[in-house]
Design a protein around this ligand. Structure first.
Ligand code: 5GP
Length: 203
């Protein structure tokens, strides 16, 4: 592989369906790895340490911050979330594309250091649908739902910093949108400069 991997950043409010979309995307495209974040929140039923998250205590997390082990980290819902730097950088240097599923504040931090990354925002096409999905989810208390809706409005303010909006009213369509973005980005001339130069030099 003669090119560095592409970093994709996927954000969107809670209830937008990022996790489901991402799971499908990963099954349908080669050469794309997902970064497993570190969090201090407790695992939900079915979540496996090292697969869905690296679950750590607050002290362990703070130590990782001190050791500069994060590409970005944030505090959210009274917990910490962070993207482990070394793993992502190794994958990118090996030519693997990497996708981060992170919230908008973290994405803004990544953007400052990685302007070449590709930023995708997932959302249902309207706020009513988001409200409906959050109330249906049943895994959170009503207070947490309210908080998530409030945070969603804040996250929508950051949408202007994203390169793409992937509407998720229909899972299949949204998965295809994200796959199209990945394929298009991979085929950008600027990301295939060596090939372009070889072709230009043909006599
Ligand atoms: P949840 O607790 O529902 O898994 O995730 C809550 C929010 O944290 C989601 O918006 C998710 O995208 C975000 N998140 C997960 N991991 C990270 C991370 O490493 N960094 C940042 N900034 N956000 C994250």
């Amino acid at each position: 592989m003669d090119r560095k991997g592409i970093l994709f950043v996927l954000s969107g409010p809670s209830g937008a369906g990022k996790g489901t979309v991402l799971k499908e995307v990963l099954q349908r495209v080669n050469g794309l790895a997902v970064s497993v974040s570190v969090t201090t929140r407790s695992p939900r039923p079915g979540e496996i340490d090292g697969v869905h998250y690296h679950f750590r205590t607050k002290d362990e997390f703070k130590q990782m911050v001190k050791n500069n082990e994060f590409l970005e980290h944030v505090s959210k819902f009274q917990n910490y979330y962070g993207t482990p730097k070394a793993h992502v950088e190794k994958l990118l240097n090996d030519g693997m594309d990497v996708i981060l599923e992170i919230e908008t504040k973290g994405a803004a931090k990544v953007r400052r250091a990685n302007p070449d990354a590709v930023y995708i925002f997932i959302t249902p096409s309207n706020y009513e649908e988001l409200t409906r999905r959050l109330s249906c989810r049943g895994t959170e208390s009503p207070e947490v739902c309210e908080l998530r809706l409030k945070i969603a409005k804040t996250e929508y303010k950051s949408i202007k910093y994203y390169d793409y909006i992937a509407i998720n009213d229909n899972l299949e369509e949204c998965v295809n949108t994200v796959l199209s973005i990945i394929h298009a980005e991979r085929n950008k001339r600027i990301r295939n400069q060596k090939l372009a130069e070889n072709l230009i030099q043909l006599k």
